[in-house]
Design a protein around this ligand. Structure first.
Ligand SMILES: C[S@@+](CC[C@H](N)C(=O)[O-])C[C@H]1O[C@@H](n2cnc3c(N)ncnc32)[C@H](O)[C@@H]1O
Length: 247
């Protein structure tokens, strides 16, 4: 199975907001994150994308900084961030030595974006970058799905999603559980030539993420099943995990 990641291209960036429309859990996420730090604090978002979370955070007065590997997503962010409140740069958070200025009281990595790091080493690099950019006493928030239902897939899975009155997305999913690799393809049908993007994720179970975090010098503080602080249980489909620097 191929283990290379394709970043969000222009086509994906153009439908991203239809995939995750405003209101898709965003308000609850912004509320949760805002409660973790003092007003006007510096916040760093890894994989900032189109600013779904970052722009409303900046509108609340936080100083938003972000990094993303996709120029197309950053272009959408610039359009959405009309008052240029967000400082964003092109970069790869899986490369060792990411320097965003450091001393951030809050670092975030949401919506399964951790899994775009397609090897254990890349995931560890990412967490070490977080550790180095976090201020003492700061919080790191990671949101990801629980891989259990995908880990047992032995055949390709197919689904379709509504993007708008004139557009749908066809999604296929294949899993190689020996490597914890998931390959998803997204084909957009919108009346133009169909375009397919492939995304590779290296999923990890919550306790494995905790272990990697520990290796990177981070320690779990709390874990919830969602942004509304629902209790995390054996059947929770995802988790919102909060870490701090382990001194
Ligand atoms: C699922 S989207 C999440 C975007 C945004 N955080 C949100 O919540 O809507 C993942 C984002 O991570 C970016 N990304 C993927 N791999 C990356 C990497 N290695 N370094 C930086 N950004 C990356 C993608 O370009 C995309 O914008």
């Amino acid at each position: 199975m191929i283990a290379q990641n394709a970043h969000y291209n222009e086509k994906m960036a153009s439908v991203y907001e239809q995939m995750y429309p405003i209101g898709f859990d965003t308000d609850a996420a912004v509320e949760f994150l805002s409660g973790l730090v003092e007003p006007a604090s510096k916040v760093l978002e890894l994989g900032i994308g189109t600013g779904r979370i970052a722009v409303p955070m900046a509108e609340r007065g936080f100083q938003l900084h972000g990094v993303d590997a996709s120029e197309a997503m950053l272009a959408k962010l610039a359009e959405r961030d009309e008052k240029s409140r967000v400082t964003a740069q092109l970069g790869d958070f899986t490369r060792p030595g990411l320097d965003m200025g450091g001393e951030f009281p809050l670092v975030t990595l949401v919506l399964n974006t951790f899994f775009v790091a397609v090897s254990r080493e890349a995931q560890l690099n990412c967490l070490r970058n977080v550790r180095d950019q976090l201020a003492e006493g700061g919080r790191f928030v990671l949101e990801a799905f629980d891989p259990s239902p995908y880990h047992v897939l032995t055949k390709p899975d197919f689904s379709m999603r509504f993007l708008g009155p004139d557009a749908v997305m066809l999604d296929t999913l294949m899993v190689d559980r020996s490597q914890q690799i998931m390959v998803a393809t997204h084909t957009i049908l919108d009346g133009g030539a169909p375009e397919t993007t492939q995304h590779v994720l290296r999923y990890a179970f919550p306790l494995e993420i905790d272990l990697l975090a520990e290796l990177a010098g981070l320690r779990l503080v709390e874990r919830w099943a969602g942004w509304r602080k629902e209790p995390f249980t054996a059947t929770s489909p995802r988790h919102v995990s909060v870490y701090e620097r382990a001194e």
